[in-house]
Design a protein around this ligand. Structure first.
Ligand SMILES: [Zn+2]
Length: 422
């Protein structure tokens, strides 16, 4: 099907579903059809812009600032003698409670500053991490330095500060700058290409990294950071991709037969503006994979469709990297027939066998949500999953699981290809 026909088909689809509902009111819709409501969920809504500024408390000689890429601090004020309130509001509401914050603090004299994180339309979710001037390393604040209020309403941090800047954030910060550096480094490998495939609503580039046989018929697509604060998803994506692009015999064999396409940062505006969940259209991008109201999802859809236009191409695996409260793989319900079949069970089985001490949590579902995985399934019957990493999962374990999952992906797909060709 040409791109034009696909677009036409898509624009007629809601009407067709409506007619079908009238024609056979008693029959359940086919399991692959999107629900009519899926077309409204991602309509653009206004967001609140936060002014970028530095606020000084002159009596104490303390400054707080949100003037940084990825920063989020809506306001700050003094409370009583010794407390500075840092107020954190989302880009719009209602919104998933991914209460991201990121700001800088410094003071004239070395001292302990008490900061109260106060949230609007959400509650305290992310354990505070700090980075100090002259260091790249983010360190979780000591438990003695954090008092979380009852019901997670907020938290008070006791922070040692001085004239050198201290960065405070909900997770280790990884913004556009970080992704540019990482993808440039990957693209320095002779077999890896990096190219812009489009732009976000605010004109930030969206990049795709690609490697593997240029004429391969079988493809793998990986996407990430639709949701800005989901840094632990990135912490899995990076080693996963590096393993696929690496120099192990398995990776070399895999790249002779498959081609991999990675969009590591789908929501650069949201990430750089310190959003909790949405893009600048005020929308959860992972609910836009039916209507495609937002430029970021359209860019990725159009590029994937273009890649898949070549005759004989098949999309054999997709994963979308996210973060939530715990490690879990949101796989497809096994009643949905994938092509190739059986991949998800074998993928999970590989992980279980290779990591006997790690609990491989599988949470299969049908196509009820207009999210990425379901679009790939509807379009190509791709075995896919949402790869969720816990907010607080040990960082070394994230890497270990991701490297193993990458090896599993390569092994399982190569085995399936060998069976296909037998
Ligand atoms: Zn997410």
């Amino acid at each position: 099907m040409t791109a034009l026909l696909r677009t036409l088909f898509r624009s007629l689809l809601p009407a067709a579903i409506g007619l079908a509902a009238v024609a056979c009111a008693r029959e359940a819709p086919p399991p692959t059809a999107p629900a009519p409501a899926d077309y409204e969920v991602s309509l653009t809504r206004p967001i609140t812009e936060i002014p970028r500024r530095t606020i000084g408390f002159l009596d104490e000689g303390v400054w707080v600032s949100n003037e940084l890429e990825g920063g989020r601090m809506s306001d700050a004020w003094r409370e009583g003698d010794s407390l500075v309130v840092v107020h954190i509001a989302p880009e719009n509401a209602p919104i998933n409670n991914s209460a991201w914050y990121a700001f800088k603090v410094w003071s004239e004299q070395s001292r302990t500053v008490r900061l109260r994180l106060s949230y609007e339309d959400g509650s305290h979710r992310y354990w505070p991490k700090v980075r100090r001037f002259g260091s790249d390393v983010w360190v979780p604040l000591d438990s003695a330095a954090v008092e979380v209020a009852e019901g997670n309403e907020g938290a008070v941090l006791s922070l040692e500060v001085g004239p050198d800047t201290v960065w405070v954030a909900g997770q280790e910060m990884k913004t556009s700058r970080f992704f540019h550096a990482w993808t440039d480094e990957l693209a320095a490998l002779p077999h890896v290409e990096k190219r812009p495939i489009g732009e976000s609503a605010r004109g930030r580039p969206i990049h795709m990294v690609e490697f593997g046989a240029p004429d391969a018929l079988r493809h793998v697509v990986l996407v990430s950071r639709q949701h800005p604060p989901e840094v632990t998803g990135t912490m899995a994506l990076l080693p996963f991709v590096e393993e696929l692009a690496g120099s192990s015999p398995l990776a070399l064999e895999f790249r002779e037969r498959f081609r991999v396409h990675v969009v590591p940062l789908m929501n650069p505006d949201g990430v750089d503006l310190g959003h909790w969940r949405h893009n600048t259209g005020g929308v959860d991008l992972n609910r836009d994979w039916v209507a495609f109201h937002q430029p970021e999802t359209r860019v990725v859809r159009d590029e994937v469709l273009r890649i898949m236009e070549a005759p004989g191409t098949e999309l054999w695996f997709m994963a979308d990297f996210h973060s939530t409260r715990r490690d879990v793989f949101y796989t497809l319900d096994r009643r949905l027939e994938t092509d190739p079949s059986g991949i998800l069970d074998r993928w999970l089985g590989y992980l279980e066998e290779a990591l006997p001490d790690y609990e491989v949590a599988d949470s299969p579902s049908l196509l009820a949500t207009p999210m990425s995985r379901n679009w790939f399934y509807r379009e190509f019957r791709t075995p896919g999953l949402i790869y969720e990493v816990g907010d607080d999962t040990d960082r070394e374990l994230i890497r270990e699981v991701a490297v193993t999952a990458a090896r599993g992906t390569m092994q399982v797909l190569l085995d399936a290809l060998e069976e296909r060709e037998r």
